[in-house]
Write a protein of this length. Structure first.
Length: 246
């Protein structure tokens, strides 16, 4: 039970990578709060995960909503040891084709949301004697991709914020790390893979010849959340089937 006695908040926890992380955390002994904007999806996931999982409807880009999420976590589980900033949107577009609204929404959720929630939990981690923040970036934190200008920029910001926060809080025993997945089989990816030829092209970008699975990202999150990674902070763990090695 590598996370026994720990309490974690996981944003975007109703499906995909977030849900897989929640399942893995509970399996390792943690209690978790999954947050997101789709109440029905969250409730279904929480029912599947069990009594050690609380679902909270929250918009990470809204400060008041973030404060309610943190309060709900403390009311139910009394402390916060882990935060997984997983909530994200992917709105395609180039610098010319992307609307201002889509650009702003991308940064509001992918970047501002990460900052708001990290800021909200830091005092509680400090009071607990330390903690672990795991930010879900992307392979596009490091390399570019066509038609992904806002998403790539936002995930680059996630990686940079991870390193800056790691330095700010290292002396407080609060570790901050980033996971950078390649293309993972999730609902978000499914929306962009309805055309079989497009899917084959995306699969071919990964030298291992397949997309990743949410559970493979969850395994890395367990390591970074656990005491096994006690001397790891400011790191970017790339899980991309070789995508970025090319």
């Amino acid at each position: 039970m590598r996370l026994s006695g720990k309490v974690g908040i996981i944003t975007g926890g109703g499906s995909g990578i977030g849900k897989a992380i929640a399942i893995a955390f509970v399996h390792e002994g943690a209690k978790v709060v999954i947050a997101g904007r789709d109440s029905k999806k969250l409730d279904r996931a929480a029912a599947e995960i069990g009594a050690d999982c609380l679902a909270v409807n929250a918009d990470v880009s809204n400060e008041g909503s973030v404060e309610k999420l943190v309060s709900a976590t403390l009311d139910r589980f009394k402390r916060i040891n882990i935060l997984v900033n997983n909530a994200a949107v992917l709105l395609p577009g180039t610098a010319e084709s992307l609307s201002e609204e889509d650009f702003d929404q991308t940064f509001a959720i992918n970047v501002k949301g990460l900052w708001l929630l990290s800021r909200a939990v830091l005092p509680h981690m400090r009071a607990a004697g330390g903690g672990s923040i795991v930010n879900i970036g992307s392979v596009l934190s490091m390399v570019g991709a066509r038609n992904r200008v806002a998403y790539s920029a936002s995930k680059g910001a996630v990686m940079a914020m991870t390193k800056a926060m790691a330095l700010d809080h290292a002396a407080e025993n609060i570790r901050v790390n980033c996971i950078a997945p390649g293309i993972v089989e999730t609902e978000m990816v499914a929306r962009f893979s309805t055309d079989e030829n497009a899917r084959k092209q995306r699969v071919a970008m990964h030298p291992m010849g397949r997309f990743g699975q949410p559970q493979e990202v969850a395994s890395a999150a367990v390591f970074l959340a656990s005491d096994e990674s006690g001397w790891t902070t400011g790191s970017v763990v790339t899980i991309d089937g070789g995508y970025s090695a090319q």
